[in-house]
Design a binder for this molecule. Structure first.
Ligand SMILES: [Cu+2]
Length: 121
C-alpha cells in the first residue's frame, strides 16, 4: 500500500479582519446598514449631525465598503473594506449638517446601484 501524505493547507484567506473586525456586535445608538450586491439597505439615511456611527453588515458574497461624500464631492468618511459575511463599525467623528451621498468604492459597484443619500440634521 502506498501512503499518501495529505498536506493540509490552512489557507489564511483573509487575515484582513483587522482592527477587531469579524462579527462585531452592533453598538448601541448605531445605525445598521446592510450591504449586498449591489445595494445598501436602507439607501436613505437620516442622522443627527456630529458623531455618526454606522454598523455596516456585509450580507453579500464579495467585499464592500462605504464612502461618504458631501455635496461638493469631498470625502467625509471612508470605511474599511468589509469582507463578505463580516461587519464593521464605521464612525464618522464629525458630520456637519447637510446632504451627503454615499457609495461603495469597489470597482463598478456604484454603477450597479451601491449608492444612497444621507441627511445630517
Ligand atoms: Cu460594493
Amino acid at each position: 500500500m502506498r501512503r499518501l501524505a495529505v498536506g493540509l493547507l490552512a489557507v489564511a484567506l483573509l487575515a484582513a479582519c483587522g482592527g477587531g473586525g469579524g462579527g462585531n456586535a452592533q453598538p448601541a445608538g448605531s445605525i445598521k446598514v446592510t450591504m449586498t450586491e449591489f445595494a445598501f439597505n436602507p439607501s436613505t439615511l437620516s442622522v443627527p449631525s456630529g458623531k455618526v456611527v454606522l454598523y455596516l453588515v456585509n450580507a453579500g458574497s464579495v467585499a464592500h465598503d462605504m464612502v461618504i461624500k458631501d455635496s461638493s464631492g469631498t470625502i467625509s468618511g471612508r470605511s474599511e473594506l468589509v469582507s463578505a459575511g463580516d461587519s464593521f463599525v464605521f464612525t464618522v467623528s464629525s458630520l456637519a449638517t447637510g446632504k451627503y451621498t454615499f457609495i461603495c468604492d469597489q470597482p463598478g459597484h456604484e454603477g450597479y446601484g451601491m449608492k444612497g443619500t444621507l441627511t445630517a440634521t
